[in-house]
Write a new protein. Structure first.
Length: 112
């Protein structure tokens, strides 16, 4: 009986694969993450072609790992934490879409 999972001709994929990530936030603006992929052993080309591990030159390739690290900097404050500032010298608020900046004692609505 032929074991298709252990046969180098029918199963050339890595025998195991594990991946994961670790991330953490250093502050409100800085965060970092590390990602990794671990690939298990797989047959070399000669082993897959000859369909065995006993001939000369046939073997399994070693396991290997790919990794990636990232650092993120967010220069602006998140949308949920924005503040509205008012010009204290003139009492004017910043211009909005539905009304113009006016003195705090007046109310002027845009027609558009």
């Amino acid at each position: 009986m032929l074991d298709l999972l252990r046969s180098p001709f029918f199963s050339t994929d890595c025998k195991s694969k594990v991946n994961g990530s670790i991330s953490w936030t250093l502050s409100e603006q800085w965060s970092t993450a590390v990602y990794f992929n671990h690939y298990g052993r797989s047959p070399n080309t000669l082993g897959a072609t000859d369909n065995n591990y006993t001939d000369e030159g046939t073997d399994k390739l070693p396991a290997w790992i790919l990794y990636n690290a990232s650092v993120t900097y967010t220069p602006t404050v998140p949308a949920g934490q924005q503040t509205v500032q008012q010009d204290t010298a003139t009492g004017l608020q910043p211009c909005r879409r539905h009304r113009r900046a006016v003195h705090r004692d007046q109310v002027q609505v845009d027609a558009s």
